[in-house]
Design a binder for this molecule. Structure first.
Ligand SMILES: C[S@@+](CC[C@H](N)C(=O)[O-])C[C@H]1O[C@@H](n2cnc3c(N)ncnc32)[C@H](O)[C@@H]1O
Length: 169
């Protein structure tokens, strides 16, 4: 899991400014936080699991152990973010709160499990699996930059994923 997502890398390369505030939501062991920090962003890494948060550090990384599914914890900060990265995490209720936390002209990079995955592994709970094109619907108020539904099958990864890159307008 330490290698970063090629989707996250691909989208970040398309962003003109490698500076400003970035949020790695449900960051786990921080693989994307570290990458964002090395790119030049000021990163907030958020996860409910304090043990995971303690496993990494980086230049310009701040960490918060909070339950992001608790709507009372939103907004996470007073100021909005230029980039928000979410991978392998889904809670449909907080989706509008995530989008509201992005600056005008800021970006959302999202990647998680999609329809079909329930037949090949975990998670298999529909709560955590996107329906086809669901990320497009969830981000319909944003400018769509890139989108794909993909079946990944290689030596480290066997999954159905949905991935989106959108900009706030
Ligand atoms: C599958 S891991 C993905 C980690 C990371 N995004 C990645 O792709 O490497 C899911 C993460 O979501 C976190 N998580 C689950 N529920 C959460 C919640 N309610 N609030 C914050 N983080 C949560 C877990 O602790 C875990 O680190």
């Amino acid at each position: 899991m330490n290698k970063i997502s090629n989707w996250v890398k691909y989208c970040l390369e398309k962003i003109p400014y490698r500076q400003g505030r970035a949020l790695d939501l449900a960051c786990g062991k921080g693989r994307h936080s570290i990458f964002l920090s090395n790119q030049g962003y000021n990163v907030l890494s958020v996860d409910i699991n304090e043990i995971s948060l303690n496993l990494f550090n980086g230049r310009s990384i701040r960490k918060k152990a909070i339950d992001v599914e608790d709507v009372n914890n939103w907004p996470l900060e007073e100021k909005n973010f230029y980039v928000i990265v979410v991978t392998n995490f889904l809670n449909r209720t907080i989706f509008p709160l995530i989008i509201n936390s992005i600056d005008t002209e800021g970006y959302l990079i999202y990647e998680t499990f999609s329809d079909g995955h329930q037949n090949i592994g975990r998670p298999n709970n529909p709560k955590y699996i996107l329906k086809s094109k669901e990320l497009i619907n969830l981000t319909s108020g944003m400018r769509l930059l890139e989108y794909e539904e993909i079946y990944i099958n290689n030596y480290v990864n066997h999954s159905f994923k949905q991935r989106i890159f959108t900009q706030n307008v």
